[in-house]
Design a protein around this ligand. Structure first.
Ligand code: HEC
Length: 232
């Protein structure tokens, strides 16, 4: 095994751990969820099929205090036979601002590359749709090569099954003024997933799992974007 492969392997394990996949798609919520998966509702619980994932996460990620993040989800127990609430936490102020910018993401333009809803080996075998905002659309029209401009947002909606009514997770990249991407992995209610250590929220400009894998998987010179090559 080459070290690069080993590295990728580790990343993938991390990705699985990171997923611990909070899904609110089966949440026994009392309605009011919006289909797009973004909302301010509180349908947090619903740890449906997360059972297997969550288990993998705690063994693989060896999270020290899985307890704190999991909070046992009371209601989730009924759903998933005692599975824990996938580890997640309330969004930071910065993430809340980003959340407000993506509420209508499902109406944005979708990358042609994901229109058939491919299954993502990198994103926990979820079925994915990836969308971009107007800043990116305008950038694409220029035919320029990356970097993408400030304000660019890419949203990937990750579904457990092809016909799941709502995404289990949203993964988001937002280009900041600094030129860095702000990375986010959140549930449909805006809560942020915790990383493989069971502590660090997957939000901000330094989320290692996101950056590490995108650095490897994205074509070079493409600003860490994997789905679509810009300025061809
Ligand atoms: C194990 C590798 C891996 C990890 C970890 C990973 N990604 Fe990705 N990501 C990919 C690949 C490959 C694609 C494109 C193909 C696909 O969807 O699987 C992608 C696609 C995306 C897209 C659509 C735009 C694009 O760049 O193609 C977004 C947004 C995204 N990822 C965000 C994230 C965020 C946020 C994290 C961290 C929470 C993350 N990713 C972690 C590999 C990864």
């Amino acid at each position: 095994m080459t070290s690069r492969k080993a590295f990728l392997g580790v990343l993938c394990i991390c990705a699985v751990a990171l997923s611990a996949c909070g899904t609110d798609d089966n949440a026994k919520s009392t309605g009011g969820d919006n289909d797009a998966g973004v909302g301010t509702d509180t349908s947090a619980a619903g740890a449906d099929a997360g059972a297997a994932d969550a288990g993998a996460s705690s063994s693989g990620g060896g999270s020290a205090d899985a307890g704190s993040g999991s909070a046992d989800a009371g209601s989730g127990a009924a759903d998933a036979g005692g599975s824990k609430m996938p580890p997640n936490t309330a969004p930071s102020a910065e993430t809340k601002k980003l959340w407000a910018l993506i509420t209508d993401y499902a109406k944005w333009t979708e990358f042609n590359e994901t229109k058939k809803m491919p299954q993502s080996k990198s994103h926990q075998n979820m079925f994915v749709h990836a969308y971009y905002n107007k800043v990116v659309a305008d950038f694409i029209k220029t035919g320029k090569k990356p970097p993408l401009p400030e304000g660019s947002i890419l949203v990937k909606a990750n579904f457990k099954t092809k016909d799941a009514p709502k995404p289990a997770a949203l993964t988001v990249m937002h280009k900041l003024k600094s030129g860095k991407w702000y990375w986010l992995k959140a549930m449909g209610n805006g809560n942020v997933f915790l990383g493989p250590d069971g502590k660090t929220p997957a939000e901000g400009t330094t989320v290692k799992t996101c950056i590490g894998c995108h650095t490897n998987m994205a074509p070079s010179g493409n600003d860490l974007v994997a789905t679509h090559v810009f300025g061809k």
